[in-house]
Design a protein around this ligand. Structure first.
Ligand SMILES: Nc1ncnc2c1ncn2[C@@H]1O[C@H](COP(=O)(O)OP(=O)(O)O)[C@@H](O)[C@H]1O
Ligand SMILES: [Mg+2]
Length: 240
């Protein structure tokens, strides 16, 4: 499929039109941002690591009949995806308390939650992604109650499938953020599933293999994203 003009540039990815209006080319950039874009940097091959991690996980979720926008990887750092009308809501699923959950509710950092928490945030960096509930989504016209039920059902299933997947790879799925879109009357899981959108800790050592390394200046960002990719793909990781 031919790459046409740039359709949208975000903080971490570029979307290009293709010769088929139903599909977009999603190119992962080496840029990394945190705190709603206030903190910015880049590191080599980050786009490749996130594209390959996402491609594997979308493909894995499809094998569990979860509808995703993923069509195929087209290069190390790009994938072909369905062109969707995006719902501007970030769906966060949490298994372990950390980050903003700890700040907001004063629960212990690292505590295993007795039940997965699902939270909704409006995707609006200028307002620091304010937390919303389902009724905001209906009142603002972002989705219908039926679509929300589908979104929450998919998010719960993604959590169940990925939690046991990461566990088998010796990793803990702490929390993650999903985005959804619709096309041809159906809801699809979209965007990415990578170290940028998930918190993932090594089960034995507790080492963080995600964007918290950048947020909190923990170092080894490049090798940690690379390690995450290799462990997801179940390939041997050979650090230089
Ligand atoms: N399948 C899709 N179709 C259309 N837009 C998408 C799709 N998947 C993700 N997007 C949107 O593309 C953009 C991805 O680029 P990103 O750099 O993550 O942007 P942002 O800075 O807005 O998070 C986001 O706005 C996301 O909502
Ligand atoms: Mg994004």
């Amino acid at each position: 499929m031919e790459r046409k003009e740039l359709f949208h540039e975000g903080k971490a990815k570029r979307l290009y039109l293709t010769d088929d209006p139903h599909y977009l080319l999603m190119e992962f950039k080496d840029d990394i941002t945190a705190f709603d874009g206030d903190k910015k940097s880049e590191f080599p091959r980050k786009g490749e690591f996130n594209n390959q991690t996402s491609a594997f996980l979308f493909n894995y979720l499809e094998s569990y009949h979860i509808p995703t926008h993923f069509v195929q990887a087209v290069s190390d750092s790009a994938m072909l995806v369905r062109n969707l009308k995006m719902i501007p809501i970030e769906v966060v699923v949490r298994n372990i308390a950390t980050g903003s959950l700890v700040k907001r509710y004063g629960v212990e950092d690292g505590m295993t939650l007795s039940y997965p928490i699902i939270e909704l945030f409006l995707k609006d960096d200028s307002r620091h992604d304010p937390m919303i509930n389902e009724t905001h989504a209906y009142a603002f016209g972002h989705c219908t109650p039926e679509q929300m039920r589908t979104i929450v059902r998919i998010a719960s299933k993604v959590n169940a499938v990925l939690k046991s997947f990461f566990d088998r790879r010796g990793l803990t799925l702490v929390d993650f953020k999903l985005e959804f879109g619709y096309g041809e009357g159906e809801i699809f899981l979209a965007d990415e599933i990578s170290g940028d959108s998930c918190r993932i800790w090594d089960k034995k050592t507790g080492k963080k293999l995600d964007k918290d390394r950048f947020r909190h200046d923990l170092g080894d960002i490049e090798s940690s994203y690379e390690e995450l990719m290799f462990r997801v793909l179940n390939k041997e990781h050979k650090p230089d």
